[in-house]
Design a protein around this ligand. Sequence first.
Ligand code: FAD
Length: 358
Amino acid sequence: SQGTPITVDVVVIGGGQAGMAAGYYLRRSGRDFVILDAETAPGGSWQHYWDSLHLFSPAEYSSLPGWPMPGWSPGFPPASHVVDYLTAYETRYDLPVRRPVRVTSVTRSGDGYLVESDHGSWSARAVVNTTGTWRQPFWPIYPGIREFTGTQIHTTSYRSPTPFAGSKVAVVGGGNSAAQIVAEVSTVAETLWLTSREPRFLPDDVDGRILFDVAREHAREIASGETDSGGIAGLGDIVMVPPVQAARERGVMVAHPMFDRLTATGLGFGDHVEQVDAIIWCTGFRPALRHLQPLGLRDGDTGRIELDGAHVAGEPGLIFLGYGDWTGPASATLIGVGRTARDAITALDDDLFTVPAI
Ligand code: FAD
């Protein structure tokens, strides 16, 4: 549909941290490749996070392969530091990123794939999919959701508490985004925090360093068939970053059970309606995989895509990177994605490119 496709060995879809890690190993393996990224600037989803967001870990625990993240002190780096790092990383390794290029479909073609986008098409033996989750926000469906006349936003649109000053705000969700947004919005507004189960706070001294060690140990347990300690999920969900600790001291980190419906002006709990001006849905994300629909990868019964390591089962030329434990331990973190990228790109070399094409 868009002229003759450009032929490369590998197309990487997505130019965030996972795309950078894939690019690093593809560069080392001497592959002819391209990274297609829907953004207008480097940094992946880090460029869209809320203004006050800081990492869970120090800079030295937040590095991609090859080149450590420059130091930051005091405390943990802000999101803008990650954007600067990813921008410099891309230049340093001369990664062939094309933007803005939004991939619209991937189909099978010959012994590889045809990748079509809003700016041209590519054909490749292998596709590395690193599209993250930020572009696929998840909103649960509640009765009355369209009747509510106040403001409703998802985490993806939240930048700062300023627009909520003086109002009453419901924050929905039991994870880190919700906890951090409650902590911040409660400094200027009345908040009502709603979770479908009791929130699970990590101990105050647990930060990204410990979480990474736990994820690595968990992967080792699974690989060696030892008793599964539950990994990070067994520890808790919410990292007690300083603003969340401060909000707890102010007594605002108190969660309430979910409502059963929305009304024009608020939230319905049985007979009672709680009036609110705004709802912030911190209800998570799903992997952004719509462009892969033509491949029919989902199991007809479970709806899941089966992976073998980071490879899609039965598709040696199709890799998923960066979506969390599904695609490798701690693979949704800066420090964790490098290892899964290395293993997957190396396997690609062994499986695909060392076999002479007939
Ligand atoms: P993204 O950064 O989302 O990049 C995906 C890229 O793919 C984007 O540029 C997107 O535009 C592009 N894309 C998507 N679809 C298409 C398409 N069809 N065609 C072309 N391009 C496409 N991680 C840490 O390591 N440490 C932390 O402290 C930390 N804190 C976090 C705090 C919060 C609140 C959140 C939300 C996340 C945090 N993370 C942290 C996790 C980390 O930010 C994400 O897991 C990470 O950005 C995912 O990287 P990625 O490259 O997989 O995806």
